[in-house]
Design a binder for this molecule. Structure first.
Ligand code: PAF
Length: 273
């Protein structure tokens, strides 16, 4: 496995490969969710590139940037084990200068749900993803469906900027008891982890309603909120694949999402109908 920290060195190296490139951007603290992205990218491309970059611009003031789990050595071993060909491991100064151009998230879709509770977060995500895609120039880039709004905005950006990359959504990986894998799960105490199971339970309750033909969004949201109580809820919402709120769920065009606080940790999850 080659480890490269300079954007220009990586760009030049990949330019000469004449092969399909699968790219998995991450912020490190790799888990089974990342591994499933890597496996899929490995299967579908000649070269697998993974980036590990804890992007400061997507954290708001007072958020958990400083305590975000850092596991550089373990991450490198995981990458090696799962056949990563090139690991891009830049420093902040390799990616950002002092007076910077940036990408702005769309005014509506980028500022609802997570974008409403974390205003500006998606500007940071889109800016770094634009930079990473321009450096790696991949054939395909892989993102988890757990971060559904992020995935939607990245797909939108690559279409609207006429970028030559296929964005591939990959299913959420869960623990046996339903908890969606997230680097943030590392913050949870034993008791908080047990409380966090309410998130998957609320989505199962939503799914049970849908399978009984109950598609009314208010009804679904009410039952989910009851299941999540007494956790602090940022949002519970039923949206279409364009992230517009809808009053009736439609099979094939709906995402049901929840974001809650467990202890001091923000956790999100969703199901796609
Ligand atoms: O999902 C993540 O880990 C990050 O938001 C991403 C896409 C790597 C950008 O920093």
């Amino acid at each position: 496995m080659k480890i490269i920290s300079s954007p220009l060195e990586l760009k030049n190296y990949l330019k000469n490969q004449n092969a399909s490139i699968g790219f998995v951007p991450t912020m490190g603290a790799l888990h089974e969710g990342h591994i499933s992205l890597m496996k899929r990218a490995k299967e579908e491309n000649d070269i697998l590139v993974v980036s590990i970059f804890l992007n400061p611009t997507q954290f708001l003031k007072g958020e958990d940037l400083d305590k975000y789990p850092k596991k550089d050595e373990a991450d490198k071993r995981i990458c090696e084990l799962f056949g990563v060909d090139v690991l891009f491991f830049p420093q902040v100064s390799d990616i950002y200068g002092s007076d910077e151009a940036s990408v702005l998230a769309p005014k509506v879709r980028g500022f609802v749900l997570e974008g409403e509770s974390r205003p500006g977060h998606f500007n940071g995500v889109l800016t770094v993803v634009m930079k990473l895609l321009n450096i790696v120039n991949p054939t395909r880039a892989y993102f988890g469906k757990k971060d559904a709004q992020q995935l939607n905005l990245i797909s939108l950006m690559t279409k609207q900027f006429f970028m030559d990359v296929e964005i591939v959504p990959v299913d959420t990986v869960r623990e046996k008891d339903g908890l969606a894998l997230s680097s943030r799960n590392a913050y949870l105490s034993k008791q908080e982890r047990a409380e966090a199971l309410k998130i998957a339970a609320s989505l199962r309750a939503a799914s049970a309603l849908v399978s009984r033909g109950i598609l009314d969004a208010d009804e679904i949201i009410k039952v989910m909120r009851e299941t999540l109580a007494p956790l602090e809820i940022f949002y519970v919402e039923v949206v279409n694949r364009d992230f517009e709120k809808i009053s009736v769920a439609q099979i094939g065009n709906t995402v049901i999402l929840a974001e809650v606080k467990v202890g001091t940790t923000r956790l999100l999850d969703n199901i796609w109908l």
